[in-house]
Design a binder for this molecule. Sequence first.
Ligand code: GLC
Length: 422
Amino acid sequence: MKFNKLLIGLMTSVTLVAGAAQAADLAIVSGDTGTGLAFLRTQLDIFEKDTGNKVTVVPMPSSTSDQFGQYRLWLAAGNTDIDVYQTDVIWAPQLADQFLDLTEAAKDAVGEHFPSIIESQTVNGKLVAIPGFTDAPALFYRKDLLEKYNKEVPKTWAELKATAQEIQDGERTGGNADMYGFVFQGNAYEGLTCNALEWVKSYGGGQIVEADGTISINNPQAVAAIEEAASWIGTISPEGNLAYQEEESRGVWQLGNSVFMRNWPYAYALGNGADSPIAGKFDVAPLPAGEGADARSAATLGGWNFAVSKYSPDADEAIKLALFLGSSQVQKNRAINQTNLPTIAALYEDADVLKAAPFMANWKEIFENAVPRPSAPTQAKYNQVSSLFWSAVHDTLSGNGTAAENLEGLEADLTDLKGNAW
Ligand code: GLC
């Protein structure tokens, strides 16, 4: 931060004489869900104590799409106020030029992390960010309600729809007029890309753009998947779900007003919080599979990292901060307090972690089979690809055109955007 430069300048002579390290005044920018920012503060307090540096958090909205728009502008303008950025797993290829190469600084730490995550943050041999946590979603379900209605955890979307409808109807008749069957992230933003990629992949309909750059989204399985999701709106899911991001779906769920929810693991700790009416009444399972020959359960790969701005005036201390936030110590605290998934394999066998988040024993496998969004093949154009995709899906869910029409239009738009090559 520029603010204390003068002060630090004045102090330098004193600290040099005293032989102490020069303290820096750093700023980290982060958007997060739930209590994510409050947790970050607790870890920064530890870092401040250990290093003598000061760290200010610049809070951002939780929508990753909103964050990306803002950060891209700041970085393009060479902003020197922000030293460390909390970055989404999909951003590395798009923002790589604006961040420092952390290969050398992280050489002792990289071996601890899953190689696939390090790879996702490496662009042309440059390590763009240190992994902080990974994300693979879950089907959250109400154990008590499934028991009451004598139902199994659904394994297919068709089963989910039938069970959600039956319990929703039963609970409404029983007096809870606000009850819904299923909530998810249906707003027109990156979160809908994650949800819809899961539907499409679960029907064997590919990954929008394949690893080799082929545009694959206009196919019958993808059409069937998105039509199925459209049938939920106004039946098992509220109309308002078309505007929900993570926190709005969690709000409905955590009040006890939904049988099922698709969300990321962070919602596990919060749902079991002391003030939560559904504490102890729910569990998590893999998302349902679709129909067809290649049907499977599919989870979109998410996750967050820490990158150092190349415009940081305190790069050395900023790098220390990024390394600290990705360390095993912080990731363990994060897994216990926030139920965020670690990027360090050993923590999935840690007794304290498994006590706080028993589901994590099964989540390493889900994360390892998670489906990446096509940010690597589409490079700098990923954000446009995603925004065309989520718009086509949002239109379909809103009743503006059929899935077949909207995916045909999407294919044409993606072909234009691609041109000769991504
Ligand atoms: C979660 C994921 C992130 C994804 C976002 C979408 O935060 O970790 O990768 O982009 O959700 O809303």
